[in-house]
Design a protein around this ligand. Sequence first.
Ligand code: AHR
Length: 319
Amino acid sequence: MNIPRRTVLAATAAAALASALPAMAQKKIVLGFSQIGAESEWRTANSESIKQSAKDAGIELKFSDAQQKQENQIKAIRSFIAQKVDVIAFSPVVESGWGTVLREAKAAKIPVILTDRAVNEKDDSLWVTFMGSDFVEEGRKAGRWLVDKMKDAKGEVNIVELQGTVGSAPAIDRKKGFEEIVKADPKFKIIRSQTGDFTRAKGKEVMEAFLKAEGKKINVLYAHNDDMAIGAIQAIEEAGLKPAKDIVIISIDAVKGAFEAMMAGKLNVSVECSPLLGGQLMQAVKDLKAGKTLPKRIVTEEGIFPMEVAAKEFPKRKY
Ligand code: AHR
């Protein structure tokens, strides 16, 4: 039989299209994510949440660890732009210095999602949404807890503060929120305030210096995260003092390590800051690809856990 050449060509093209269709239908969304590093228990839980949620959502994740360096985050974002990923997300180590790279992403028409931490840029068209905690409110919660705890205290209440990474949103905002509350009563005095870079090792080192300089004058330690508080607890014990008794200790994150310290009677309270942002992030990526408009700010809901409830709450903790 003589089949016309045109019919053969049409059949071949149709077969090629049919075999390509499943691959086209399965084309995964590609998300480039630049993480700060692995400085704390919180950060580890945050990275796990993002990796697991990407897997669950069927999103291809290009994950880059910046080892606490802004220049590495900028390099990673530029590489995501070069690779033409569908969406870029990142948790900025510090607030400032992002304008140029964000404009490059915008010029390449790649939407950017900020997770966990904000940037200090006037042009908010450079990102589509910012999802994460309200750090100022976390500082306020810590301050309110202290004001209540010390309501009957006569005389000065001397506070030492372990700040997070210099220039980072949580360090700036947690300081601001806490001060806003405690400054209403002049008995509260922040006598020392220094960065411990959100790490246990630095928290211990700086607390040792505080103890050397101020000794028994210190009534309260306010640490911007649990890891620094846990490091400081070690320093307090090594100085022969009882954490959570001789020195009231307040920290932020409410990671499992903080619950263990509270159950051991060594930490008074931890304000919650949830690292479990992965699910929300993947949903946002999918919504963006489906052409939906995202709210400019998505705030995480969080609580506060004093040591008295730690044992009851611990089994429910996911990070
Ligand atoms: O940005 C969130 C903060 O960063 C967490 O409180 C801290 O533990 C982390 O390193």
